[in-house]
Design a protein around this ligand. Structure first.
Ligand code: ADP
Length: 506
């Protein structure tokens, strides 16, 4: 090479350590395939002196592939002429086995340029003619190892970048093999679906009644090689049902389908909201339409003038319209109140307040109902302070006592009992009225749910009182429930945790 340079061209001196293996390359694995013992001897000494510690040798071309798999080398040095195998074939085999990621240095006694071209065309990264100068051999080896090291570092960087993305994603990311066994799950997936996810069959998580359908769906995707599919799938995790929306895509490795990668998100809440919204729209349209129809009917008769000769019937019609307009107003107020309570738009205003005062206001509010029904109200409430939102707790108590009155027989008795249990405030409302069937004890706390479909019309309720109570008690961190012996009466209990001890501390 130097002969092609113009005369007097300055060649800087080679750095003193140019032939020594840099620290980060000393552990690099080098595989040398050459049948010439003198070349092996030279390379063994040269590489050892330069500081390379992991060098393997073979004299047989047929061994190269096996050793490549075994030792996973960082550089393969191949002699083109070995007795048992064509060197070009060996080069190609190494390339295929390593996916072209491991550099190959071809060493050959042939100095025809066509041989060098052929070796480079087969995938060798560099070429060294025998006999070679030790310095040239060491520099080429070092450069090739440097290339490999850069390749590994950039691969590791890229992998770390993608791993960060996948592991930090809020979506659930899982991979399964073709048999559906989970081989990878990111932290979001294990947090939702359980730490033992890897090694499990994904289908085991699917709600049992849906398993066959979901299995068929995945099989179809794998058979038809449909690249991506999306569907909502119900799962059961620790006995709890949840829904995911999953996008599944095929995983290919060298053209072969190896399984599926699923990217999913938890849509349980969204589906629940959609269901609630649908229910609400249908119930609300019915609940609002009923009083409106009554109002329109009454006003229609009044406006038509047919009742002019019957002032008493006309007054009844006007009364009916008024009652229904009031019911409509109550419904709208309750719906808005419930919406604000359940969406967290309302904050409760807790402060120490006299329990007797709350009960007294309730008694004043419900007095007309009790007079109408000739009912007796018995109150057992000690003088104590409770740390609650007094208006909201009054609302709960008023609703429970009104219900007790509405569903009691004429002349019956309703009891309000208030006491303290381990620092909690317990309010109980008892009646000896018609009671509630066991299968309705929970559902009556849902919107528009009644024991009897005529209850809201006949008793003037909206079907929203108990859901409002439950939300208010929940905002205090407590719970409310009903107990009943059907036909013999009911007891509603609301528990406000720590309300008494908090008030005492204040
Ligand atoms: P409403 O405005 O209809 O009273 P609620 O949500 O307060 O709405 O109550 C829902 C239903 O629960 C009532 O319609 C009634 O069927 C039943 N219920 C509530 N309290 C009692 C009670 N003390 N005795 C019998 N049934 C009751």
């Amino acid at each position: 090479m130097a002969t092609n340079l113009p005369p007097g061209y300055p060649v800087p001196p080679m750095p003193a350590d140019a032939l020594v293996a840099p620290q980060h390359l000393r552990d690099a694995k080098i595989l040398v395939a050459d049948d010439d013992p003198s070349v092996i001897l030279v390379l063994r000494r040269l590489l050892a002196r330069a500081g390379y510690t992991r060098v393997s040798f073979t004299g047989e071309g047929a061994q190269v592939g096996i050793l490549c798999v075994e030792i996973d080398p960082d550089l393969v040095i191949v002699d083109l002429r070995m007795p048992d195998r064509d060197g070009f074939e060996v080069v190609q085999e190494v390339r295929e086995l390593t996916g072209g990621t491991v550099p190959i240095l071809v060493v050959s006694g042939e100095d025809r340029s066509s041989v060098m071209h052929q070796a480079l065309a087969c995938g060798a990264r560099d070429f060294l003619s025998k006999p070679f100068e030790p310095a040239e051999a060491l520099l080429r080896i070092r450069n090739l190892l440097e290339l490999r090291s850069l390749h590994i570092t950039s691969l590791a960087d890229a992998e770390a970048r993608y791993r960060d993305l996948v592991e930090g994603a809020s979506d659930l990311i899982c991979r399964t093999d073709v048999a559906g066994t989970v081989s990878y799950a990111n932290p979001a997936a294990t947090a939702l679906l359980g730490a033992e996810l890897v090694g499990r069959k994904f289908l085991d998580l699917v709600r049992p009644d849906q398993r066959d359908e979901v299995r068929g769906f995945y099989c179809d995707q794998l058979r038809r090689r449909t690249p991506t599919t999306t569907r909502e799938i119900p799962l059961v995790v620790d006995g709890r049902e949840l829904w995911i929306e999953q996008r599944a895509q095929l995983v290919h490795v060298q053209g072969k389908v190896q399984g599926l990668t699923g990217i999913a998100r938890d849509v349980t809440e969204r589906l629940e909201h959609e269901r609630l919204k649908d229910d609400l729209v249908s119930v609300v349209s019915h609940e609002l339409r009923t009083p409106l129809t009554a109002i329109r009917g009454s006003l229609g008769l009044l406006c038509g003038g047919v009742l002019q000769a019957y002032p008493e019937r006309a007054a009844r019609m006007a009364q009916l319209a008024l009652a229904n307009a009031e019911r409509l107003g109550r419904l709208i107020d309750d719906m808005l109140d419930l919406e604000k309570l359940s969406s967290g738009k309302i904050e409760i205003d807790r402060r120490p307040f006299s329990l007797r005062e709350i009960v007294r206001e309730t008694v004043d509010t419900v007095r007309p109902l009790f007079e109408q029904g000739d009912l007796l109200l018995v109150v057992n409430a000690p003088e104590m302070a409770a740390c609650v939102d007094p208006d909201r707790v009054g609302q709960v108590l008023t609703n429970l006592v009104s219900n007790a009155a509405k569903f009691s027989r004429r002349g019956g008795t309703v009891w309000i009992d208030a006491d303290e249990v381990d620092g909690d405030l317990r309010l109980r409302v008892r009646d000896h009225g018609r009671g509630i069937p066991a299968d309705k004890l929970e559902s009556i706390f849902e919107r528009f749910q009644q024991v009897d479909s005529s209850d809201s019309r006949e008793k003037g309720g909206t079907g929203l009182g108990l859901p409002i109570c439950r939300n208010i008690v929940k905002l205090h961190g407590g719970r409310v429930w009903a107990e009943s012996t059907h036909g013999k009466g009911s007891t509603f209990t609301a528990l406000f945790p720590g309300a008494v001890s908090m008030a005492v501390a204040a």
